[in-house]
Design a protein around this ligand. Structure first.
Ligand code: S3P
Length: 425
């Protein structure tokens, strides 16, 4: 994809459904009794991988592109798939599904693409093994492919070394099948969609500070799910509207769950002109329309408990920091190294290629903003969030920016470039 400098952005943008909630809707819908109707499901490759895995385990899932209907098999109704389960590029699918598979009465192999095969699975294998699971890395390197042989599980109290919703959720899914209570304590609170949705589906789950406790379930019950727009996808348009001259963009129906709204906090810290029009503050998953206008931004420091609340938005935030006055420090974000790519490297190397003043640190990066960017060849390494973030940088760089592997945006945001183009003046 070739991106050229734009004169400004305007209009209204609707963004696709939340990736995390879409994955969980497939899993909970499959394990529930009854039919779960999902509206606003993200039709991205990652969530389609979740659908195909549960279809392979005998769940009838209809998907007409506008709604998804999951005819649940009940908590104990999954069937052994005829081949291996392929999660594609999706870390959420493999880590959450592992918790479910650990408790089934069959054995199965789970694999994914070359990126998935490099991502750490020990973080989920360790707690599941403590619960009595039989889960192994086939190549003995702590990564996929995983061999999982279902077992009777016991409840544990797990202190997680990482703030990771995927780890937490994998354990909580296993906890539905355990012989007693299971709790997970995190260093910082990570996104809580699993907790909210478990409750909605009838599971007995409680949160107290950084600890979540689930009781074994008899059954889960189907629910209608309205998936809000994904704030992680909104992030590209938020940044685009703020850093591009002559711009005003309204991004509709964005999920602003407080465990996910770190990006909004950072925009405020940087002095962004952003209006938040809340739609349903009383809901567990609140949504808002966000209007952003060209802003003079200033650098800030981002770390600690904020990091899990904006982890997927850091590539977009790093681009924004290049257009802010002064220094932005991103710290406590070593988790970036184990995302779809090592995002500390992919962000820093690509920003440098565009002429930014940025250095990588052990747990993040330091960006000295205010230097103008020039076009460059950007290697996305097939990381969707890198491709989209650098498209936004390209709109504000002199000359042409070429994004290699740009088709990877389909993982979380099919139609991204078309939407962006419509907003360009
Ligand atoms: C996700 C959790 C986060 C996030 C990922 C989706 C989820 O990963 O980066 O895109 O849906 O639970 P970690 O749990 O590894 O932080």
């Amino acid at each position: 994809m070739i991106i050229k400098k734009t004169m400004g952005l305007s209009g209204e943008v609707s963004i696709p459904g939340d990736k995390s909630i879409s994955h969980r809707s497939v899993m909970l819908g499959s394990l529930a009794k009854g039919d779960t109707y999902v509206y606003g499901f993200l039709q991205g490759a990652d969530c389609l991988s979740s659908i195909s895995c549960f279809r392979a385990m005998g769940v009838n899932i209809e998907n007409d592109g506008s709604k998804v209907i999951i005819h649940g098999n009940g908590l104990h109704g999954l069937k052994k798939p005829s081949g291996l389960l392929d999660v594609g590029n999706s870390g959420t699918t493999i880590r959450l599904m592992s918790g479910i598979l650990a408790a089934q009465d069959f054995d199965v192999e789970v694999d994914g693409d070359s990126s998935i095969r490099k991502r750490p699975m020990g973080r989920i294998m360790t707690p599941l093994s403590l619960m009595g699971a039989d889960i192994k890395s086939k190549n003995d390197n702590g990564c996929a492919p995983l061999l999982i042989s279902g077992k009777k599980l016991k409840g544990i109290n797990y202190i997680s070394p990482v703030a990771s919703a995927q780890v937490k959720s994998g354990i909580l899914f296993a906890g539905l099948y355990a012989d007693g209570e299971t709790s997970v304590t995190e260093p910082y609170v990570s996104r809580n969609h699993t907790e909210l949705m478990f409750k909605d589906f009838g599971a007995d789950i409680e949160t107290s500070g950084k600890t979540v406790t689930v009781k074994p379930a008899e059954e889960l019950y189907a629910r209608r799910i309205d998936v809000p727009g994904d704030i992680s996808s909104a992030a590209y348009f938020i940044v685009a509207g703020l850093i591009t001259k002559n711009s005003e963009l309204t991004i509709k129906n964005v999920g602003i769950n407080p465990t996910r709204d770190g990006m909004i906090e950072v925009c405020h810290m940087m002095g962004a002109d952003m209006v938040i029009d809340k739609k349903n503050s009383d809901q567990a998953e609140p949504v808002a329309d966000l209007t952003v206008r060209t802003s003079s931004l200033k650098g800030c420091t981002i770390g600690g408990e904020l990091i899990p609340r904006l982890i997927d938005e850091i590539p977009a935030i790093a681009v924004m920091a290049c257009f802010a006055d002064g220094q932005t420090i991103i710290k406590d974000a070593a988790e970036l190294k184990v995302k779809e790519t090592n995002r500390i490297d992919t962000i820093v190397n690509n920003l440098k290629a565009m002429g930014a003043d940025v250095i990588a640190t052990d747990d993040g990066m330091i960006i000295n903003g205010g230097k103008s960017l020039h076009g460059a060849v950007i290697d996305s390494k097939l990381d969707h969030r890198i491709a989209m973030s650098f498209a936004i940088a390209g709109l504000n760089a002199d000359g042409e920016t070429k994004i290699l592997g740009s088709e990877c945006v389909d993982i979380s945001f099919p139609g991204f470039f078309e939407k962006l183009n419509i907003c360009c003046k």
